[in-house]
Structures are given as structure tokens and as C-alpha cells.
Design a protein around this ligand. Structure first.
Ligand SMILES: Nc1ncnc2c1ncn2[C@@H]1O[C@H](COP(=O)(O)OP(=O)(O)OP(=O)(O)O)[C@@H](O)[C@H]1O
Ligand SMILES: [Mg+2]
Length: 339
């Protein structure tokens, strides 16, 4: 993740897209998001950010925090989906020494650590029903006890939550508490998918080229018009994260001064190949297993790009277990270029 919003970088210009220098984009849908950010950042209102994976939910949460008068307080992210239930409770609320077998010393929880700042509850839909009840209570009372403790802890934090699930659906399926849903969605923000704001693609691509030129000591000057046309046509299922990963690889591997079509991944150059082989089978025939392997390889790279190369998540996306994914990556020689 980029460094957040250093004070000196904040432009005084009125254009909202330059007000949040790290949230790049000028499309109407994104400017609408900026408007909400500006309206609510200096309130203590709970905000729920919903959007597909890679749309910039964490970045929006940071914009809310660093644009508010809590900016000198801590921004404390908690990934509710990545931490198992029992651990998550102690992560959030802390515990007293001796509260359970491995509690050898008192530990402060994230709500306590976020005093005068913001707690970012990422993947909030993954919280267990038991923790949902506890969270509701904390949101209402702003006080709690550490696990195994009796002392009431008071902490002044703001909660921003995010999910890539449709939380209303989760409520109607009985998986998420309705009362908690209303508590969290005082202000809802929708992080728009990249395919709904393709006018932002050139700006984002330019931003990422500069970023990776700096970090990889390259001097790529831009993208050819034809290559850009492909980027604009591609549906970007992994959203901005996928674009960022694709640009990173192109900056690293590009032969020329400008990124051209030769540097584009196959799935972007020929999106029709993504779902099925639509071309004619040549007169002389082709090797079925080579074609299938090529197709499989393309899908694996795509899944990895969509998940920031987090293999567990890529395996989940492809509905294979992690070992299978690792085996296939090894077989096809797939690895992240800078690893
Ligand atoms: N508008 C934007 N401008 C610049 N960078 C962006 C923008 N949106 C997203 N990014 C970058 O894309 C990547 C993914 O963003 P982020 O982690 O905020 O997405 P997310 O919605 O939280 O994804 P997930 O649901 O998978 O956690 C990050 O590296 C982030 O910096
Ligand atoms: Mg996120």
C-alpha cells in the first residue's frame, strides 16, 4: 500500500481529484465518492464501503481518516476475514494476562489502540455471529472489557467497515445481523468497479507507470495508443489492483521506451480467448493439450493478478486447493517477476 496522504502532498486546488492525491481518478462516479468523503470525513459517523475486490476500499477508508481531524491519531486496519474467530475477538478487544492458556501477558486490542483514530474493519461480513453481537455493543456504547477482564475500557475511535459482499443479501440470508447492518451503514459508500469508470484507466496507468519507474528504476515514458485501446476494452474483473499488477509487470518487462501491444498479457490482448477458444481450428489441426495448458496458464496468472498474488485467495477464486495451484504454477513456471 502506498504511503497515505502526507500533508505536504495535499493540493490546495479545488478539483476534488487532486485533493486526494493517492485516490486517482476524475470519472463522475469517483467524484461522487470524493463528495461523500468530504462531507463525512470530519464527522464520527460510521461508514460502510462496499465494492468488488480491488476497487480501492482501503484507500477510500484512508482518505476518510487522513482527511479528518483524526489524522494524527492511528489508522488501525483489521482484516476480519483473515483472522480466525477466536483470535479475532482478542485482536479486537485485547485480553488480560491469564485470560486463556497462551495469554502470558496483557495485550491491548485494536479498539483500544485506535483511541483518537480510526478502526478499519475490512471484510466485515466474515465476522462470526458471536462477534457481531459484541461489535454491535461496542458501536453503541464505545466501551468494552478486555477478554478475561472486568475493567471497563473507554476508547474514542471511529469505525469504517468494508466488504466485497452484498451485505443486504447476507442479512436476508440470515448470515449478518440486521441491527448491526443498520449501525454500520449510517453512511454507505459504493466503490465503483473499474469497468464503470474506464475514463480513469489512462490516469491510473500513468500514475502506476510513474510509481514503478521510481521503484524499479525504469524510464518508461507511456503507453502506445493501440495498447491503451486494449486496456480500455478489457473488463478488469480484478479492478484497480489487477491494472496495477499488469502495469508493474509491463514496466518491468517492456523492451521499448513505451509500452506497446507486445508487452500486454494475452488475456488483455485477446479477451475473447478468456472464456473459450473462438477461433477456427486450423486445417492442420492443433495440439489440444497445448491449447488447454495455455488457457489454464492464462487463467492462473489472471487469478493471481486479481488477488495481489496472495495464493490462498487465488486458489479460492479458481476453486482449487492451494497445493494444486502451487503445483500448476511450478509446472507452468509462473512466478511474480520481482520475486
Ligand atoms: N483510485 C485509485 N488510485 C490509485 N490507486 C488505487 C486506486 N484504487 C485502488 N488503488 C490501488 O489498488 C490496490 C487495491 O486497492 P485496495 O486495497 O484499496 O482495494 P480493496 O477494495 O480494499 O480490495 P480487496 O477487497 O481485495 O481488499 C491498492 O494497491 C491501491 O493502492
Ligand atoms: Mg481491502
Amino acid at each position: 500500500m502506498d504511503e497515505p496522504f502526507p500533508e505536504e502532498n495535499k493540493s490546495q486546488e479545488t478539483s476534488q481529484s487532486t485533493f486526494y492525491p493517492c485516490v486517482i481518478g476524475q470519472s463522475k462516479v469517483l467524484l461522487d465518492v470524493f463528495t461523500i468523503i468530504e462531507k463525512v470525513c470530519n464527522t464520527n459517523t460510521t461508514v460502510l464501503i462496499q465494492g468488488e475486490s480491488g476497487t480501492g476500499k482501503e484507500l477510500i477508508a484512508q482518505a476518510l481518516h487522513y482527511g479528518s481531524d483524526r489524522k494524527n491519531g492511528p489508522f488501525v486496519p483489521v482484516n476480519c476475514g483473515a483472522i480466525p474467530g477466536e483470535l479475532l475477538e482478542s485482536e479486537l478487544f485485547g485480553h488480560e494476562k491469564g485470560a486463556f492458556t497462551h495469554a502470558i501477558r496483557t495485550r491491548l486490542g485494536r479498539f483500544e489502540l485506535a483511541d483518537s483514530g480510526t478502526v478499519f474493519l475490512d471484510e466485515v461480513a466474515e465476522m462470526s455471529p458471536m462477534l457481531q453481537v459484541k461489535l454491535l455493543r461496542v458501536l453503541q456504547e464505545k466501551q468494552f472489557e478486555r477478554i478475561g477482564g472486568t475493567k471497563t475500557i473507554i476508547s474514542d475511535f471511529r469505525v469504517i467497515a468494508a466488504t466485497n459482499k452484498n451485505l443486504e443479501d447476507e442479512v436476508s440470508k440470515g448470515r449478518f445481523r440486521e441491527d448491526l447492518y443498520y449501525r454500520l451503514t449510517v453512511v454507505p459508500i459504493k466503490a465503483p468497479p473499474l469497468r464503470d469508470r474506464i475514463s480513469d484507466i489512462p490516469l491510473l496507468a500513468e500514475y502506476f507507470i510513474e510509481k514503478f519507474n521510481r521503484s524499479k528504476k525504469r524510464a518508461i515514458s507511456g503507453i502506445s495508443e493501440e495498447a491503451m485501446r486494449h486496456l480500455l476494452r478489457y473488463p478488469w474483473p480484478g479492478n484497480v489492483r489487477e491494472l496495477e499488477n499488469v502495469v508493474e509487470r509491463m514496466v518491468l518487462l517492456s523492451h521499448g521506451e513505451r509500452i506497446g501491444c507486445d508487452d500486454l498479457p494475452e488475456r488483455i490482448l485477446r479477451p475473447e480467448k478468456r472464456v473459450e477458444h473462438t477461433g477456427e481450428i486450423p486445417q492442420q489441426g492443433f495440439c489440444l493439450s497445448d491449447q488447454v495448458a495455455e488457457f489454464e496458464k492464462g487463467l492462473i496468472v489472471q487469478a493471481l493478478d486479481q488477488t495481489n498474488w496472495v495464493k490462498n485467495r487465488a486458489a479460492k477464486l479458481l476453486n482449487v486447493n492451494r497445493t494444486t495451484l502451487l503445483e500448476k504454477m511450478k509446472r507452468y513456471g509462473i512466478e511474480k517477476e520481482d520475486e
